[in-house]
Ligand binder design. Structure first.
Ligand SMILES: [Zn+2]
Ligand SMILES: [Zn+2]
Length: 371
C-alpha cells in the first residue's frame, strides 16, 4: 500500500508527546526551497520496517525535484538511496533483526502485483510505481526512513563492505548496469555510451562487466572523460566533436556499434546513439526525455534496419540489491572513485549547491547521516 506523507504531523514533532521521537530531515518546501528540519521518526506498520540511515547521496532526479521540474508534494522528505541499519521492525516481517545493516534500492517494489510478478518491478502497481522514496512517500535524506514492502526490499550488507562501497548500488549503479543488460551486450560486442555522468559511467562499467570488447564513451567534460577511462572505456570521444558519429564508425570498421547506450535524455544524444548503431543493433536508453523525441528516418533505415530500442528504469528489490552487493564483495566492481565529495546531513544544502552547479569536478556526493 502506498502511503502519502502526513505533512502536519511531520512538521510538528511534539504531536507524539516527546522530543525524543524527532529526527532531522531534508524537507522540500517548494521549488528551490529545501531545508533541514525536525520531523517525526516514523513507526512501522504491517510489513514495514523503519531504518536508521547511515549514508546516502543526492541524485540528479533530486535536483529536478528541487528545481521544480518534477513535481512532488510540499513537505516531502526527498532522497532515495539509503544505506542503513534496521531500527524497528513492523509485524509480518521475518528474517531480519534490529541492527542489521541493509541496503534498500531506490525502487521499492511490492513483489506481489502483476507488474512485479511479471518481472517489471520498477513499474510496480502502475507507471514508474516502484519509485516511492522521495517521490510518493518520505525519502532517505533523513535520519530515519520507513520502508514499505520491507520483506521484498531489505538486502543485508556483507559485514566486510563499507557504506561507501555500496551506497551507489541503490540507484546509479543499478540503473547504469541495466543499460548494458537490457541492451543484451554480448561477449566481444562494441558499445558506445553517450554521456559520462554518474549513470553513464556506471553504464560503461556495466558494458565491461557484460564482456564488451570495445567500449567507446562520449562526454564533453574532460574530467569525466578521464574517469571514463578508469571505469573501462577504451576509446573516449569528445561529445562536442562534429565528426563524432564518423569517428565511432571508423572505430568499428565502418559498421557502427552493437549497442548504443543513451544516458542523458536529449534529442541530440538519442539521435547520435541511433546514428552510431550497426544494422541489427540495439539502442538502450536510460535518459529521461522531455518535450518531443523524434526518430530520424535515415539511421533508422526507415524502420527496416532490425534495430531494437529498449528503455529501463532503475531495477530494484532485494534480489537485485543482493546481486549488486555480490559484485562489490567479490571485487568485480569498485564505484568509490565516483564519490568525489562528502558532507554531513546538516550541510546537505551545500552539497546540493555543489552537485547542482557541477563545481569542483563533482560526480557523486556522500551524505554522512550516522556513524
Ligand atoms: Zn536517482
Ligand atoms: Zn508490485
Amino acid at each position: 500500500m502506498v502511503q502519502s506523507p502526513t505533512l502536519p504531523d511531520l512538521r510538528n514533532p511534539r504531536t507524539n508527546g516527546s522530543r525524543a521521537a524527532a529526527m532531522k530531515a531534508l524537507i522540500f518546501e517548494g521549488p528551490n526551497q529545501i531545508r533541514i528540519q525536525e520531523a517525526l521518526i516514523p513507526t512501522p506498520g504491517y510489513g514495514e520496517v523503519v531504518i536508521q540511515v547511515t549514508l546516502t547521496t543526492i541524485c540528479g532526479t533530486d535536483l529536478h525535484i528541487v528545481r521544480g521540474e518534477y513535481p512532488v508534494k510540499r513537505g516531502l522528505i526527498i532522497g532515495h538511496e539509503p544505506v542503513c541499519r534496521i531500527h524497528q521492525i513492523g509485524p509480518g516481517v521475518t528474517g531480519y533483526e534490529i541492527g542489521d545493516r541493509v541496503l534498500v534500492g531506490a525502487i521499492t517494489p511490492c513483489g506481489q502485483c502483476g507488474f512485479c510478478l511479471d518481472g517489471h518491478l520498477s513499474q510496480c502497481g502502475g507507471p514508474i510505481g516502484g519509485w516511492r522514496f522521495g517521490n510518493k512517500i518520505n525519502g532517505a535524506q533523513a535520519e530515519y526512513l520507513l520502508v514499505p514492502h520491507a520483506q521484498a526490499n531489505l538486502a543485508k550488507i556483507p559485514a566486510r563492505l563499507s557504506d561507501e562501497q555500496v551506497v551507489l548500488l541503490a540507484d546509479v549503479a543499478s540503473t547504469g548496469f541495466s543499460a548494458a543488460e537490457s541492451g543484451g551486450v554480448r561477449l566481444g560486442d562494441s558499445v558506445a555510451v553517450f554521456a559520462q555522468g554518474p549513470i553513464g559511467l556506471c553504464a560503461t562499467v556495466g558494458a565491461r562487466l557484460r564482456g564488451a570488447a570495445k567500449i567507446i564513451s562520449i562526454e564533453g567534460d574532460p574530467f569525466r572523460r578521464e574517469i571514463s577511462k578508469r571505469m573501462g572505456a577504451n576509446i573516449v570521444l569528445d561529445a562536442n566533436d562534429p565528426a563524432l558519429v564518423a569517428d565511432i564508425k571508423t572505430a568499428t570498421e565502418g559498421q557502427g556499434v552493437d549497442v548504443a547506450i543513451e544516458a542523458l535524455g536529449q534529442q541530440v544524444t538519442f539521435e547520435n546513439a541511433l546514428r552510431s548503431l550497426k544494422l541489427g543493433g540495439t539502442l538502450s536508453s536510460l535518459g529521461v526525455y522531455s518535450g518531443k523525441l523524434t526518430i530520424p528516418l535515415d539511421p533508422f533505415a526507415a524502420g527496416l534496419g532490425d534495430h531494437k530500442i529498449v528503455t529501463t528504469l532503475c531495477p530494484g528489490g532485494k534480489e537485485r540489491m543482493r546481486r549488486l552487493l555480490e559484485l562489490v564483495a567479490e571485487g568485480r566492481v569498485d564505484l568509490t572513485p565516483l564519490l568525489t565529495h562528502r558532507f554531513p546531513l546538516d550541510r546537505i544544502t551545500e552539497a546540493y549547491e555543489l552537485f547542482g552547479n557541477r563545481t569542483d569536478n563533482v560526480l557523486k556526493v556522500a551524505i554522512e547521516v550516522a556513524k
